[in-house]
Structure formats: C-alpha cells, structure tokens
Design a protein around this ligand. Structure first.
Ligand code: NAD
Ligand code: GLY
Length: 362
C-alpha cells in the first residue's frame, strides 16, 4: 500500500531526524523493527482503543499497559503505571515504548519514554485526527498537574510517527471535529510557518463543508500531509519554543483556561482551541491587528464546521487568572498569539486586562 513519508530534521539535536509516515493498513511491527533496535516493546494505550484494535497490536515481543480513557488520566498515576510496567518487563535502554492512541496517550507515553532510564526510544502511532495532524509530531510530551495543563513535561522526539488513516474510521464526529480545529489552526498560521505550499490551505478548507467528515482517504491524507509539513517546518526552526514555535499555540491561551476551569472533562481540546481561536481573533480585531473582513473569514470557517459547542458564561476574573497560570505566561505577563494579517500570526504581550476580558464571551 502506498505511503507518504515526510522527514523532520531537528538541528538543535545534532540534526536528529525521523520519518512521519502517512498511509493505511500499516505493518506496525515491521516499521518498529526498521526504526528501533528494540528487543522489547511496551505498547501504551487506553481501554477504548485496546478493545477496538487489540488484534492489530499483537506481536511476540510486545507488552501492554492499558490506561483508563480520558484527559483526567494524563497524570502522575498513569505515568507511574507505565514506569511500573517498564520495570516489571525489564525494559532496557535499547528497548522501546509505543504510544498507540490520541494526544493523551502520545503525550504521556512520550514523557514516560523521556524519563525511564533517562530516556529510551518511543514511536508514535496516533489514532485520532488531532494526534495525526499535530500532537504526535514535534516532541512535546507532558502530563497535567491539578494546577494546570501540561505543566510537567519535556521536549523528546519519537523515532518515527506512523499515521495510519484507517484508524480514524472508528472516531465519532465529535473527535473528528476536535481534530479539525487543529487543522484550521494551521490554515490561520500558514504564512508564519515558513513552508512553501502549492496553494493556500484556507482555500482548500473553505472548498469543503460537512463532507470533509466523510473520511475520504485522499482528503484526509492531504490534511495530514499539509499540517505535518507546516508543523515540521516550525519545529525544525525552533524545537524548544524559544520563539517561533509559540505560533502553534494560536487560540491555546484561551483554550487552556477553558479546559482548566472545566476540569479537563467537559470539552475536548479541539473544542476549546476552536473557541480560543474565536476569542483571539476578537482580541486581534479590537487591537486593530486585522481588518473586519479577515475576522469574518476566521469566524465563518470555524462556524461552518460547527466546531464550538454551547459554552457557559465564564467568570471573567477566574478565566483571566487561569490564563495567567498557563505555561505561556511569562513573568506574569500573558502571552497571546494573535492574527496580524491574513494567515499570519504574532506574539503579543501586555494587553490591557479589560480588553482581554471583553473577548471572553461567545
Ligand atoms: P484523546 O487522546 O483523549 O482521544 C480522544 C478520544 O478518542 C478518547 O476517548 C480516545 O479513547 C478515543 N480514541 C482515540 N483513538 C480512537 C480511534 N481510532 N477510534 C475510536 N476512538 C478513539 O484526545 P486527542 O484529541 O487525541 O488529544 C488531546 C490531547 O493532546 C490533550 O491532552 C492535548 O493537550 C494534547 N495535545 C498535545 C500536543 C503536542 O504537541 N504534544 C498538541 C495538541 C494537543
Ligand atoms: N501543539 C503545540 C506545539 O507542538 O508546540
């Protein structure tokens, strides 16, 4: 079966590079052998995914950790379960962990791999659209703390990313929409990513409507390829977020506050990001960074796909405090990534609190 392969190079890590392989019905064991020297493999997944794909994962040298399903399990307890299993199965330095799941499994497995024996190989097999277009690429790995999301983590790159599009067939519409929110993010930051595409990503997305959720293989392959190309271009220039990489957080300062105030359980990450992008575009309009035309374009693309569910009226003081706690706050100043012209964004700090609070509404 034909696969597309992108290579990501990380100059900050002596040009460490790895492939992002996009295809269908992949031979996972074959790829794992090709990209690691592992004798033992510890597959980390969750109950939902294990029950759907247990057969696909069976191989002699594989052991399994099956976690509970949910963002609330991206925590110390689950990390301990993974490390306990690695110790029980006596994984050594040359062995490998495999993250088989969405962003939650990818982030926590990557963090376990980064810390177990001071770092062993890991491979990402992303099973959600969000994970295939974004979270499995670039090496941000983390767990949450009750005081904030992703507060404990590392930059730790996988050996390979295996994006098997067929795995997306079992996702429900809500999960497809949450992935599409991150896809749209790439359309709004495209120019700032510094990768040359043959066409404007926004126009490509604008040409579809809900038929985008029909899981046409060619459309999905294009979405994943474009998002990974844009993300790779950013990560190659700034792996550890000294500057440019922050653009990938468009909408996320608001989104993390939404997730934090609702205990990471009420809304998906993509729903929060979609709402966050609407709020950020409103803030950009108020600051005269963008004109009304472009503001309308951002809003209509997000609303066309109905990415934001009903949300309550948040207490604005609590919301603002939650944003201050976010990792993206710098010396108590909240950093926002805001659109500054069509399809480009920039970082803005020191924004008047009242103005920000005016944007915390739908
Ligand atoms: P998720 O991992 O919770 O998966 C969403 C749901 O889909 C879960 O219930 C899961 O069990 C289910 N699922 C997964 N694959 C399935 C499949 N093939 N069929 C049926 N059900 C399936 O959520 P997500 O949206 O994939 O990821 C969100 C997480 O990713 C958040 O923790 C977020 O912080 C993180 N994230 C990380 C980065 C990064 O760069 N590291 C980027 C974006 C988001
Ligand atoms: N998803 C944000 C990043 O990878 O930097």
């Amino acid at each position: 079966m034909k696969s597309n392969i992108l290579t990501i190079n990380i100059p900050e890590k002596s040009s460490y590079s790895y492939p992002i392989i996009i295809g269908q019905d992949m031979d996972y064991s074959g790829y794992i052998k090709e990209y690691t020297k592992a004798g033992k493999i510890l597959v980390v997944t969750n109950r939902t995914i294990f029950s759907l794909y247990e057969k696909k994962l069976k191989s002699e040298n594989m052991h399994y950790v099956v976690l509970e399903d949910g963002e609330e399990y991206k925590n110390f307890d689950s990390l301990k379960k993974i490390i306990d299993a690695a110790i029980e199965y006596r994984l050594e330095r040359r062995d490998c962990m495999v993250a088989f799941g969405g962003g939650v499994i990818g982030d926590i497995t990557g963090f376990a791999a980064a810390t177990y024996l001071r770092g062993i190989d890991f491979i990402q097999i992303p099973t959600t659209l969000l994970a295939q277009v974004d979270s499995s690429v670039g090496g941000k790995v983390a767990i949450n703390h009750e005081k904030g999301k992703n507060l404990i983590g590392a930059f730790y790159q996988p050996r390979a990313v295996l994006a098997d599009i067929n795995l997306l067939k079992t996702l429900d519409i809500r999960q497809l929409k949450t992935g599409l929110a991150e896809v749209l993010k790439y359309a709004f930051i495209e120019k700032s990513c510094g990768a040359a595409l043959n066409y404007r990503f926004y126009d490509f997305l604008d040409a579809y409507d809900s038929n985008i959720f029909e899981l046409d293989y060619d459309i999905l392959e294009k979405l994943i390829l474009i998002c990974c190309t844009l993300k790779a271009s950013v990560v190659e220039k700034d792996e550890t977020e000294k500057g440019l990489r922050a653009i990938l957080n468009f909408g996320h300062t608001f989104a993390h506050a939404i997730e934090n105030l609702t205990n990471y359980t009420k809304y998906t990450h993509g729903e929060a990001v979609a709402a966050g992008m609407l709020m950020a575009s409103k803030l950009a309009l108020k600051l005269n960074l963008i004109d009304r035309n472009y503001f309308v374009n951002i809003n209509s693309l997000i609303n066309k796909y109905e990415l934001v569910p009903e949300m309550p009226e948040f207490d604005k003081d609590k919301f603002f405090d939650a944003m201050r706690l976010d990792k993206k706050a710098d010396a108590d100043k909240i950093r926002f990534i805001l659109p500054d012209s069509d399809f480009s964004v920039k970082m803005v700090t020191d924004i008047d609190e009242t103005l920000v609070k005016e944007c915390i509404e739908f």
